[in-house]
Design a protein around this ligand. Structure first.
Ligand code: ZN
Length: 276
């Protein structure tokens, strides 16, 4: 996949389907983030119809179907209306700073094993349901899985966008509008998409990062690993360099002295550090 004049093309130079949405702002943007969404709709074509209808007052740059089909609705350097009220890393209103990618998916399902349905009643087979339990065995929520081809196409497109626009981070709508939005949800492999950025950024290792909040540092890449009690949490603004990445977690060398401790090496969650 490649990008020319802010539109998407296949590697052989053929054009990706383009249906212009009127739901966009004038002027240009310089995208820094990819925002992943699910449509909560019945099909990719119904979502394209809706997002190109003025009444929707919403749009996205791309819609990716369950069969891997792609439709572009807005040029990548134009402000599409996908994020709504949103904030991330101190930035308000992510539409002005991001590319929005919609994946055809009905989202949260109703029902239970053997009787899952979309919010509008269409049956969904158990084999297409990602179940998230509440962790206490009391209840569980079902989400429609994404298809393999859909995720593969989304990955290829994202990689092309990350390279072309020097994208800093891939986030979910749920991250930038917490409490208001649930997409793309737990069935979306966000960690794998995050690593598209890390893979690209070979300079990351030499850069200095800092904690953006008081942040626990742990003996392994996950909250199941013990914290280093004597230095946790690292105070906000602690300087770090990155040694290694695993999903969203970063193995870091702490450059500052914390509680009289020097040369601390451990794992922190990558969401809470930023380039200094
Ligand atoms: Zn969304």
């Amino acid at each position: 996949m490649k990008i020319k004049a802010h539109r998407l093309y296949r590697d052989d130079g053929s054009k990706i389907s383009y249906v212009r949405s009127p739901n966009q702002s004038s002027g240009t943007i310089k995208p820094r983030f990819l925002v992943m969404h699910y449509t909560a709709g019945a099909s990719a074509s119904s979502s394209v119809s809706w997002l190109t209808n003025r009444d929707a007052k919403a749009s996205a740059h791309l819609v990716i179907g369950r069969d891997g089909s792609i439709t572009q609705l807005v040029d990548f350097n134009r402000k599409a209306w996908h994020a709504g009220r949103s904030a991330w890393r101190g930035i308000q209103g992510l539409n002005s700073h991001s590319i929005g990618i919609e994946l055809d998916n009905p989202g949260i399902l109703k029902g239970a094993h053997g009787s899952w349905r979309t919010s509008w009643g269409r049956p969904v087979p158990d084999t297409e349901v990602f179940i998230l339990s509440d962790g206490f065995g009391n209840s569980s929520v079902g989400w429609h899985t994404y298809t393999e081809i859909q995720l593969e196409v989304a990955r290829e497109v994202s990689l092309a966008l990350v390279r072309h626009y020097d994208i800093e981070e891939v986030v979910g709508h749920e991250d930038i509008a917490p409490g208001r939005k649930k997409d793309p949800g737990p069935a979306f492999p966000m960690t794998a998409f995050q690593s598209l950025i890390i893979g690209r950024d070979s300079d990351e290792a030499e850069e200095v990062f800092e904690t953006t909040t008081d942040l626990n540092i742990r003996k392994g890449p996950g909250t199941e690993f013990e914290k280093f009690d004597e230095v946790s949490p690292l105070p906000k603004g602690t300087r770090l360099s990155i040694l290694e990445s695993q999903g969203l977690w970063r193995k870091v060398d702490v450059l500052d002295i914390v509680n009289n401790e020097m040369d601390i090496v451990g794992w922190v969650h990558g969401r809470y550090i930023d380039r200094k």
